[in-house]
Design a protein around this ligand. Structure first.
Ligand code: DX5
Ligand code: ZN
Length: 220
């Protein structure tokens, strides 16, 4: 039986009832909180920043999986550690010196992740894969919740899984964007370890049951 990580994306929460939604995730079978930080430069949207993350950290009782969609993430690595990030993921497309950035994240005691935009091939990670804890494959163009899943993602997952196996590396594969109960199982079968779900969870009539459903579907 597999234990697929389910990571509800707080971007889709009700910000006027943030504590309520955080408690919902605490009380659910979800494993991580997925936190999207957008700067309006790397992506055409601004989400929320440090004070909101501090508020989330005060109440969240699970792993904080922080996804930085920002330029020059090196400037904030220490800050995100102080704000409670357990996993810090930067975008390949935003890092000129990716190896240095990854080492800096690990030096702060966090797990290091690298995210790939839909058009970026997994092959760009060949020479750094062994240094990573997680690869996040974007299955929508980053910037907004509620978009539809890009089908080419399955092929990218299979290629990445083959690369990880060939190198004997121990790296988790996370998928972010348009995840729902229709694509979750096929993603796990292709090699995915962690699923981010925003709107599918928070727009559901019963988010706790929806999370339980995702867990159940992906455990077979
Ligand atoms: C998109 C974000 C995602 C988003 C996913 O840029 O990185 O984490 O919140 O939301 P859904 O699941 O609604 O596509
Ligand atoms: Zn994300």
């Amino acid at each position: 039986m597999k234990n697929t990580i389910i990571a509800p994306s707080v971007l889709a929460a009700d910000f006027a009832n943030l504590q309520r939604d955080i408690e919902m995730v605490n009380n659910s079978q979800a494993d991580w909180f997925h936190i999207d930080i957008m700067d309006g430069v790397f992506v055409p949207n601004i989400s929320f920043g440090m004070p909101v993350l501090a508020a989330i950290n005060k109440h969240a009782k699970k792993t904080l999986d922080v996804h930085l969609m920002i330029v020059d993430p090196d400037r904030y690595i220490k800050t995100f550690k102080e704000l409670g990030a357990d996993i810090l993921t930067v975008h390949y497309e935003a890092c000129t010196h990716l190896h240095r950035t990854v080492q800096a994240i690990k030096a702060e005691g966090m797990k290091a992740g690298v995210a790939l935009n839909p058009h970026t091939p997994v092959s760009v990670l060949e020479d750094i894969i062994q240094d990573l804890d997680l690869v996040l494959i974007m299955s929508v163009n980053p910037g907004f919740g509620g978009q539809s899943f890009i089908e080419n993602t399955y092929e990218k997952v299979r290629k990445l899984k083959a690369m990880i196996n060939a190198k004997g590396a121990s790296v988790m594969i996370e998928i972010d964007g348009g995840v729902n109960n229709k694509n979750a199982k096929a993603l796990v079968d292709a090699g995915v370890d962690a699923l981010v779900a925003g709107n599918f969870v928070f727009s559901a009539a019963d988010p706790i049951a929806t999370i339980a459903d995702l867990k159940e579907i992906t455990s077979k």
